[in-house]
Design a protein around this ligand. Structure first.
Ligand SMILES: [Zn+2]
Length: 235
């Protein structure tokens, strides 16, 4: 599933048809930086061969971090080399294990599912939002705006004078899990990141997360009554 999280373009749980979905979504393989598999049930991973072959065929040059449960290494190996193709070396494998794992902006938390499964949260680094009125007041326009972003100053005018702090976006992704503490830990991370400021996570991912959680509650009515479940679904 290619996400709309533009700054990282993660592909979460590529199932069958993922290449077709990438075309529909207008997402190029060159935009994918993360390939995250929650668990190795077929509907969550059978698109991995197509994605890795597409990445190789399109001669993607940046690293693509592949994150998946270490316990499913045997499945990953088969999917990673499911057919003959001219492979490249950009896919960097990061199997995760334990209750929680951190990989730069990615947090993985172990969920509750018959097959070992992880939920993921990606956190965009904070940045700066340019303020058009300040830029205009300082007479900065056109290519100078880019220079100001890159170098931090133009003609003695600093980036801080023409911009404001922009908190990074974040998004969490879970699939198939029973209600468990990790779901709420991911959610808490999410709320901490969003608190008070910023545009929040990708709406597409939030919708998926909510649909998943509501399905979980449908299978587990007791979980639906947890106050933290209710706050998640109502948010
Ligand atoms: Zn499953």
């Amino acid at each position: 599933m290619p996400s709309a999280l533009g700054w990282a373009s993660p592909a979460f749980d590529p199932g069958e048809g993922t290449q077709r979905q990438l075309v529909h979504a207008g997402v190029s393989s060159n935009e994918i930086h993360w390939l995250c598999v929650t668990h190795f049930h077929g509907d969550h991973c059978l698109g991995v061969p197509g994605v890795v072959m597409r990445i190789a065929r399109d001669r993607v040059t940046h690293p693509v971090k592949a994150v998946y449960p270490a316990s499913g290494e045997v499945f990953w190996r088969r999917l990673r080399h499911a057919a003959a193709f001219n492979d490249t070396s950009v896919i960097a494998e990061h199997p995760v294990e334990g209750e929680v794992a951190h990989l730069g902006p990615l947090t993985a938390r172990r969920l509750s599912h018959p097959v070992e499964s992880y939920g993921y949260r990606l956190q965009e680094p904070d940045g700066r939002r340019m303020l058009p009125a300040k830029l205009k007041a300082h007479g900065i326009s056109g290519p100078e705006v880019g220079e100001l972003r890159r170098t931090g100053q133009v003609r003695g005018i600093t980036l801080e004078e023409c911009s404001e702090h922009k908190p990074g976006q974040s998004a969490a992704f879970i699939m198939d899990t029973r209600i468990c503490d990790a779901v709420f830990d991911l959610r808490r991370d999410e709320l901490d990141a969003r608190r008070g400021v910023g545009p929040g996570p990708s709406l597409h991912l939030v919708k998926l997360y909510l649909q998943c959680l509501q399905r979980c509650c449908g299978r587990d009515p007791a979980a639906a009554s947890r106050p933290d479940t209710r706050s998640w679904v109502m948010t």
